[in-house]
Ligand binder design. Structure first.
Ligand SMILES: *Cc1c(COP(=O)(O)O)cnc(C)c1O
Length: 399
């Protein structure tokens, strides 16, 4: 243990930044502004023409949320108090019974599942995932909804039961069934659609959860699915809402949200202990949500359309290049550009074009597979569409 005397001695060896600088304030603003941390570290930053991808750090928070981060980082509060109040405020804003801030949508899935399993029995929260004595052990989902996020469900100790038809689902439900889970983005890919899924869950008295992680816009989705009857609904905080990348929302019935919190920090001996959300993230999540709700969503949409058109026109001005603008049905529901060409005649493949955009100055991240170069503009700063348009045209012509 560090003795106070040693601590003071250590502090004494830290260079003083300025005679008037308060002890805990850290470097002054101007010193921070002059440091280019990512450059110092040799980490590349880029124009995000890809979208809300976790590997690309997804989204940038609005100024109000960044200010809230600074505000919260300067004072202590009790973690549970802050979660209680922020949760209540979010529930009010999103017209649901209850809400809590989690460490991302994946964490919302784990904590929500844990809550359904344990109810308000904190002994059971200590039991999972290794000792399922006295607990239900299965979560049912449609096969077409299994896209790689089900580990978040299995973290609680349950196993997954896959079904395809309505009849499969009815047959699979048993006294082991803890929950029915739905992937909103694949609503149209499964045989059972959202409303029917809820009806079946209700008829059997089994809680159901909807993973809507990437499903704003439209903004109405933030209340549509709790109102539809899903007991729990999850959103990523750092995708369309532009909150902290490591935060998320768990919305729904009060009994399940309260139960989910039994597995969340500060409670230690639980599956959720490694899913801490700090006070800065909790506050920023609320502020980012407020900012998102107050935006002019029609104006945002028009801007994205304009930006995508602008890039599309530039790309299509190159002979042999075809562009297509589409809007995905559910997740990432924003104007999206697909650029295709014959690799032989242009002498460059989409993968090579993506690489060249990445290695250029400024660096630009795009997505797509071997067949196309894909772009969205909703995670760009305004004006960057001009740079992206110009660079794509250059890359397609100068090969
Ligand atoms: C992004 C995503 C998640 C994970 O969200 P995080 O907020 O990064 O934890 C879960 N489910 C779906 C469908 C997603 O798109």
């Amino acid at each position: 243990m560090i003795k106070r005397r040693d601590l003071l001695r250590t502090l004494g060896t830290i260079p003083v930044l300025g005679a008037a600088a308060p002890l805990a304030a850290g470097p002054s603003k101007s010193q921070v502004a002059t440091r280019d941390y990512f450059k110092e570290l040799g980490v590349r930053s880029y124009i995000n023409a890809a979208g809300t991808y976790t590997a690309l750090t997804a989204s940038l928070m609005p100024q109000e949320a960044r200010d809230a981060w600074n505000y919260a980082s300067n004072q202590y509060v009790a973690l549970d108090d802050l979660q209680d109040r922020v949760g209540a405020r979010i529930a009010e804003l999103l017209q649901c019974e209850a809400a809590t801030v989690t460490a991302g949508a994946a964490s919302a899935i784990t904590l929500g599942t844990a809550g359904v399993l344990t109810g308000l029995d904190s002994k059971k929260a200590v039991q999972i995932p290794n000792d399922m004595t006295g607990l239900k052990t299965e979560v049912i989902l449609q096969k077409s909804h299994r896209v790689g996020y089900d580990h978040a469900i299995r973290n609680t100790g349950v196993s997954i039961v896959e079904v395809e038809s309505r009849q499969d689902l009815e047959n699979a439900i048993s006294d082991k069934t803890a929950m029915l889970w739905f992937l909103n983005a694949h609503n149209f890919k499964g045989q059972i659609r959202d409303e029917e899924f809820v009806r079946i869950a209700k008829r059997h008295g089994i809680p159901c959860m909807n993973d809507c992680a990437a499903d704003v816009p439209p903004v109405e989705n933030l209340w549509k699915y709790t109102k539809m009857g899903f007991d729990l609904v999850c959103f990523s905080g750092g995708k369309g809402i532009r909150g902290p990348q490591s935060a998320g929302l768990l919305l729904g019935k009060k009994e399940y949200i309260e139960a989910a919190r039994l597995s969340a920090p500060p409670r230690g001996n639980t599956v959720g202990r490694g899913m801490k959300v700090n006070k800065e993230e909790i506050l920023c999540m609320l502020v980012a949500l407020e900012v998102y709700l107050s935006r002019d969503h029609d104006a945002d949409w028009k801007l994205w359309e304009y930006q995508v058109d602008h890039i599309s026109d530039a790309a299509a001005s190159v002979a042999g290049v075809e562009t297509e603008i589409h809007v995905p049905d559910v997740a990432n529901h924003v104007p999206s550009l697909r650029i295709r060409w014959n690799s032989d005649s242009l002498g460059i493949t989409p993968n090579e074009a993506r690489q060249r955009l990445r290695e250029g100055h400024p660096s630009i991240e795009t997505v797509g597979g071997a067949e196309s170069l894909d772009v969205t503009t909703w995670m760009m700063n305004e004006g960057e569409e001009r740079i992206v348009a110009q660079r794509i045209k250059e890359v397609l012509t100068q090969s």
